[in-house]
Structure formats: structure tokens, C-alpha cells
Design a protein around this ligand. Structure first.
Ligand SMILES: [Zn+2]
Ligand SMILES: [Zn+2]
Ligand SMILES: [Zn+2]
Length: 196
């Protein structure tokens, strides 16, 4: 028995044993049930079923954890290579894990989600109910302000935290300033269209 077997062979043997075990288990349970009083039969049914369910749950949990661990490892590797964790394109400037395409995709998704939460009067950051006319809840608003001010204190853009503040702004860098202007313009035009 010293001869080495490969994984496929070992898996085949394990599956065979599993079937064998299930068969024997079934035989024993059936034989027992036939000889037992009603109460014991019920016990076998409920206890066995719940033990099996607990096993399946633990199995599922383990699988999820393994998947998560593998995913994290994979993503760390991709990041270290300077590649998007979702595809093989290079990282977008300013992003730690996504390419330009996936940055844009996630923006679109986030906007849709934020829009939905906003309509429900809930905070886009944590989902908590907001106090009325603010977009973020009190908690997240404070956190965001702290973070923004910390960035500004370092001379960085409060929004992206990457680029330095624009000369004409105490809040945005050149890029974010332009984006904010565009948003304002778009909103203005959208409103005008609605009015017409
Ligand atoms: Zn990508
Ligand atoms: Zn919140
Ligand atoms: Zn910025």
C-alpha cells in the first residue's frame, strides 16, 4: 500500500466509501425502524434529519469561507500585479482594485442604489433612515466630514483624497471640481427640460 495515488484516484475512493457508508447507514436505520416502537421511529426521523441539516449547514459555511479566502488571495495577487480584480485590465489611476471600465460600472451601480435609497429616505452609506432633508444619516455625515476635513488639512481634495486642492477651491481638486461643475450643469439642464 506504499504506492502513491493521485488526487483523482483518492477522490474516487473517497466517493466510493461515501456511497458505501450511506448504504450501510440506510440499511441499519431501516432495520432498526422496523423493530422499534413509534416513539423511537420518530426520534430517528427528527434527530437524523436535524443532524443532517446541521451537517449541510456546516458544509455550506465551510465552502463559503474557503471561497472567500480564495477570492481575497486572488484579489491581493491581482492588485500586486497592478491589475483589476474583476478582469485583466490595468488599474485605473487612483483606484486600488479596479480598471477604468469597472470603476465606471460600479459608479453606475452605486448611483442607481443611492437613488433608490434616497427615494426611501435612507442613508446611501449605511442604509439607516435619515433625519429628513440630509442625504446621509447623522453618523455617516459626521464620519464623512471628519474625513473630508482631514484630507483638506493635508491640502488634498476632500472628495477623492488623492489629488491636491485646486487653486480656486477649498474643497475639490481640479478633476473633482470639473466633475462637480458638470453635475451642477447637468442638473440645471435636466430641471430646465422638466420645466419646458
Ligand atoms: Zn476590470
Ligand atoms: Zn449612514
Ligand atoms: Zn479630487
Amino acid at each position: 500500500m506504499s504506492e502513491k495515488k493521485n488526487i483523482t484516484e483518492l477522490k474516487k475512493i473517497r466517493d466510493e466509501r461515501k456511497r458505501e457508508y450511506a448504504f450501510v447507514e440506510k440499511m441499519i436505520v431501516e432495520a432498526l425502524r422496523a423493530k422499534l416502537p413509534q416513539k423511537a421511529k420518530e426520534l430517528i426521523d427528527t434527530e437524523l434529519v436535524s443532524a443532517r441539516e446541521r451537517l449541510a449547514e456546516a458544509d455550506e459555511e465551510l465552502k463559503k469561507r474557503r471561497f472567500e479566502r480564495n477570492r481575497k488571495k486572488y484579489q491581493a495577487k491581482k492588485r500586486a500585479q497592478g491589475l483589476c480584480v474583476l478582469c485583466d485590465r490595468p488599474l485605473a489611476p487612483g483606484s486600488k482594485s479596479l480598471c477604468q471600465y469597472h470603476v465606471d460600472m460600479s459608479k453606475v451601480r452605486n448611483e442607481a442604489r443611492n437613488e433608490r435609497l434616497k427615494k426611501q429616505g435612507r442613508c446611501p452609506q449605511c442604509g439607516a433612515e435619515t433625519a429628513g432633508d440630509t442625504i446621509f444619516c447623522e453618523n455617516c455625515l459626521k464620519k464623512r466630514n471628519d474625513k473630508s476635513n482631514e484630507r483638506r488639512a493635508q491640502g488634498l481634495c476632500a472628495t477623492c483624497g488623492i489629488r491636491p486642492l485646486a487653486e480656486t477651491s477649498t474643497w475639490y481638486c481640479e478633476v473633482c471640481l470639473e466633475k462637480s461643475r458638470k453635475r451642477t450643469r447637468d442638473r440645471y439642464h435636466a430641471k430646465k427640460m422638466e420645466e419646458e
